[in-house]
Design a protein around this ligand. Structure first.
Ligand code: ADP
Ligand code: MG
Length: 216
């Protein structure tokens, strides 16, 4: 089953819920190698997104909802993550503009454009210990799953699995971007908070896709 407006709304609501649930964990990760505000920043941002969802028109497209998330995150999150996630949702929504439901190719187009937006904004490369280390393996896994003809649900599940592995793999790295880069080797042994939140966001995408396709 293709993913439509209802899925986009469910995804944003589930993202707000998982960010709230993991808020203190994200704060702890950011306290270890940053300034400790990542959980609060995202919780504030996604709470603001949710507050706007009720006013969205019934005939809105997934892109309309994800663009609303983008502009809301840019104006409410602050820090490094606000503009980065805002750009991700903005570029991602542009890539699927006008489509009422998303097939596998559209899911891949969204994820690729979102990742490319983060790179365009933050100039991080894989291995720099940033959210890109979750997004790039996620995009690669999504492209591969789509190439094998897998369903949208399976494509998002593959992306979420790869993002989680990518977030875990930031632990031994030295950071080359953002506040954590000031720490040099002291960042080793700590997971990047933005990579962790990216994995949470993509897991929420996969779980809500599975729920909407099973009709629950
Ligand atoms: P701040 O660092 O301003 O306090 P946050 O704590 O909200 O902002 O977000 C920190 C996260 O932002 C990092 O864990 C990292 O994943 C991500 N980040 C920081 N700089 C960059 C960058 N240049 N490119 C990609 N991601 C980045
Ligand atoms: Mg921070």
């Amino acid at each position: 089953m293709a993913l439509g407006r209802d899925w986009a709304e469910s995804w944003l609501r589930a993202t707000a819920a998982t960010v709230a649930e993991h808020r203190s964990e994200l704060v702890r990760l950011d306290r270890e190698i940053g300034d400790g505000d990542h959980g609060e920043n995202l919780d504030r941002g996604f709470t603001a997104v949710i507050a706007k969802l009720d006013s969205v028109a019934a005939d809105a497209t997934p892109a309309d909802l994800l663009k609303l998330a983008a502009t809301t995150l840019i104006s409410t999150v602050g820090g490094a993550a606000g503009p980065l996630y805002g750009t991700a949702y903005l570029r991602g929504s542009t890539a699927i503009a006008g489509e009422s439901t998303l097939d596998g190719a559209a899911v891949v187009a969204f994820l690729t454009a979102a990742r490319d937006g983060i790179v365009a904004r933050g100039k991080a490369e894989p291995g720099d210990k940033t959210m890109i280390d979750a997004w790039t393996p996620a995009v690669d896994a999504a492209v591969a799953a789509n190439g094998e003809g897998r369903s949208e649900v399976e494509i998002l599940a593959a992306a979420a699995d790869a993002a989680e592995a990518g977030a875990l793999a930031t632990e031994p790295l030295v950071a080359h971007k953002g506040r954590a880069s000031y720490l040099g080797e002291r960042a080793i042994g700590h997971r990047d908070p933005g990579a962790e939140s990216s994995a949470l966001i993509l897991r929420a995408a996969a779980e809500t896709a599975a729920e909407s396709s099973s009709g629950t």
